[in-house]
Design a protein around this ligand. Structure first.
Ligand SMILES: [Zn+2]
Length: 303
């Protein structure tokens, strides 16, 4: 969801997260909880990744669309999609259909949206335009444009047209299980390798995924492709017999994009002012203070 957040929202989210682990009254030793917060965040990420890949969510209806969503989407997003599919059954109703050229315009009444609005006769109707020849569908609610997820009104129209599978262009990549490469090769890229190597690796992932997407419905060709990939893997094992070890410093450098300097020049910090604000006066010694006081007394005696 971070991709949808504004910078301030992201900052607020991080502040809230770390605020649970830290306090302004902590000592320096106790501030080590900050590391625990990072470790906990990584644990949660790994757990949700694992759950998305290896656990099957509970299906509410025996629908092909719902099954596909459970296969492709991460768990969190699947439950959002499931809620929209379920709501298309329980809260939506088609009240009008128009045919304009090759576009069908559906007026879909959303009864749950009406419940949120007080008063009587507050019909909430959204318009869904469906071009079946191109499999293009748009809803005036603009849920897909805002969040990248199809809304209940679109699911209602898809069901009316007996469409049982997700069209690939409406499976937004950022919500899919394979959005983050599971392989650790990306973490092997260090800063010295530069962006060109990183770009090559991401291109390879893209080629692989696009090829599988094209062949996924053709088992014979998919097996041929798999054999060829195994051949390439065998050749790569001959070319590079030992897998290079991952250096944790290199991983950190690749994450932050900065290489650790070999020379470390540490300068003394600027003199701090911890008494008053912006007053650059020197602290006087006791002798100087006493001399000044005695000078004042002498002045008074003259008067
Ligand atoms: Zn909608």
């Amino acid at each position: 969801m971070a991709g949808l957040m504004r910078t301030t929202s992201r900052s607020e989210s991080e502040n809230h997260f770390f605020g649970k682990w830290t306090s302004p009254h902590l000592t320096l030793v106790e501030f080590s909880h900050y590391d625990m917060a990072i470790v906990y965040q990584r644990y949660v990420e790994l757990k949700t990744d694992h759950d998305s890949r290896f656990r099957k969510p509970i299906l509410k209806k025996d629908l092909q669309l719902e099954k596909e969503a459970s296969v492709f989407c991460t768990h969190t997003l699947f439950y959002d999609v499931q809620e929209e599919i379920y709501s298309s059954y329980t809260h939506c109703m088609s009240v009008n259909i128009l045919h304009i050229d090759d576009v069908e315009q559906y007026s879909i009444r959303d009864m749950q949206a009406e419940n949120r609005i007080s008063g009587e006769n507050n019909f909430v109707v959204y318009q869904v335009d469906f071009r079946k020849s191109e499999m293009e569908v748009k809803c005036s609610f603009k849920h897909y444009e805002a969040y990248g997820l199809l809304c209940r009104h679109i699911f209602y129209v898809l069901r009316m047209n007996s469409i049982k599978e997700f069209h690939r262009k409406y499976l937004n990549k950022r919500w899919l299980k394979n959005a983050k490469p599971s392989n650790s090769s990306v973490s092997r890229i260090n800063v010295e390798s530069g962006l060109s190597l990183q770009s090559e690796v991401f291109d390879l992932y893209e080629i692989f995924e696009s090829t599988v997407d094209r062949l996924v419905n053709n088992m014979d060709k998919l097996k041929i492709y798999k054999d060829e990939m195994n051949g390439l893997l065998a050749k790569a094992k001959i070319d590079v017999p030992v897998l290079p070890k991952i250096n944790s410093k290199d991983v950190m450098s690749s994450m932050v994009g900065v290489k650790e300097s070999k020379e470390k020049n540490i300068n003394n910090p600027d003199q701090s002012i911890n008494k008053g604000i912006g007053v650059h006066s020197r602290w006087r010694s006791i002798n100087e203070v006493e001399k000044k006081e005695s000078d004042k007394r002498r002045t008074f005696s003259k008067c």
